[in-house]
Design a protein around this ligand. Sequence first.
Ligand code: HAM
Length: 428
Amino acid sequence: MSNKRSFSAPVGTHDVLPPQSLEWERAIGLFSSVAHLYGFGLVINPIFEDVGVFNRGIGENSDVAKKEMYVFQDRSDRKYALRPEGTASVVRSYVQHNPTPPWKVFYVTPAFRYERPQAGRYRQHHQLGVEALGTADPNLDIEVIAMAWRFYASFGLRRVDLMVNSMGDAACRPQYIESLNEHLRAKSPKLCDEHQRTFSDNPLRVLDCKTSACIEVTQCGPMLNDSLCDECREHFSFVTQGLSMLKIPWTSNSRLVRGFDYYTRTTFEFTSTALESAQNAIGGGGRYDGLVEELGGEATPGIGFGSGIERLLLAHQAEHPAASEAPSIDAFVVDTTGDFSVQVLMDELRTANIRIDQSYDGRSMKSQLKVADRSGARLALLIGPQELSRGEITMRYLRENDESSRQISVPRDKILSEIKQYLSQVKQ
Ligand code: HAM
């Protein structure tokens, strides 16, 4: 017996293989075209950063920084972390390169969090996100939220809810935190076990706690949206009015504080009502007007959102369980001659944007036809010694049920136009 060890993907991670990866391509392609419509350009950052970028960026006391970050030392004893999210790295790169604001960028990135793996929650997930830096104008908030909304709609999601909130700013939030802290201290024995010990480190986190104990205590406590200063209240009201003007349905949720310390003013979250409530957030984001300064830059406001690709696909699957995959190739070449002219033919067709595949290793016609059938192609192009000598190709329709119309002979120099004509008919 062989003693070679085999390996699997690490716990909480997954491989994405064809044909399922077609849906990933569709999501990423669509996201980049929608981002371009709104004036965002692609940014690519390293997947690891100095651990300080995240500790300072998302907050040392956030659950993600405290319990979930993959932190490691490299061979020169530098301390790094795999990115648990995209925003802090993008802002680090803004501070480093100092581009002219407003700076609007989008990204596709893996993100790493040491979470308890379950359906829809992974240790490596992937996000589609945008960040826009350089203005506190509430029109930008409306645009960023609208962009996410349009993206979900064009991806085919209909069962999406939008919740919005304002977290206040440096003028009004400290006072709110003070009054929340007082309330929590008075009720601390009624909080969940963890928050009995930790509520004073970051009282806002208790608003986000899903235990019935904490929900009960916070329900009768002070609410953020009652404590906003005039500027924050006006900003929030402008954003929600704008969403209504664009006919984007929203509900206000004053518990929506989200998991990172960088948020100020507008926060928002999109949930899919087609998914189980524990993992139904398909995207979320908000303003972070203090983050650039926190990471060593000039005070610069910013806003963005991130959307989990895995969750988007789960929501799509839940809403459209019978959706069939589009075939990934147009025609499959079944060649029993091994003649170079077949390579030349395939090269010509691919140059004309016909998606072509073939089988290898000189298999029999029967076995090549089986592979052609499995490939999902609409057409098989049969080339044997007879076809070769006559300068013809037998074109077989793989998806027609009527036997009598299953194949025709086509002169070699007419094959491209014949294929194009057939494909344009079936794709209509
Ligand atoms: P987040 O809410 O932590 O925000 O993550 C964004 C989205 O990523 C979530 O709504 C969810 O769809 C997905 N997600 C998060 N964790 C997991 C996981 N363990 N497994 C599967 N999917 C997951 C952020 O990361 C912020 N950077 C968003 C942002 C951008 N805020 C401002 N700009």
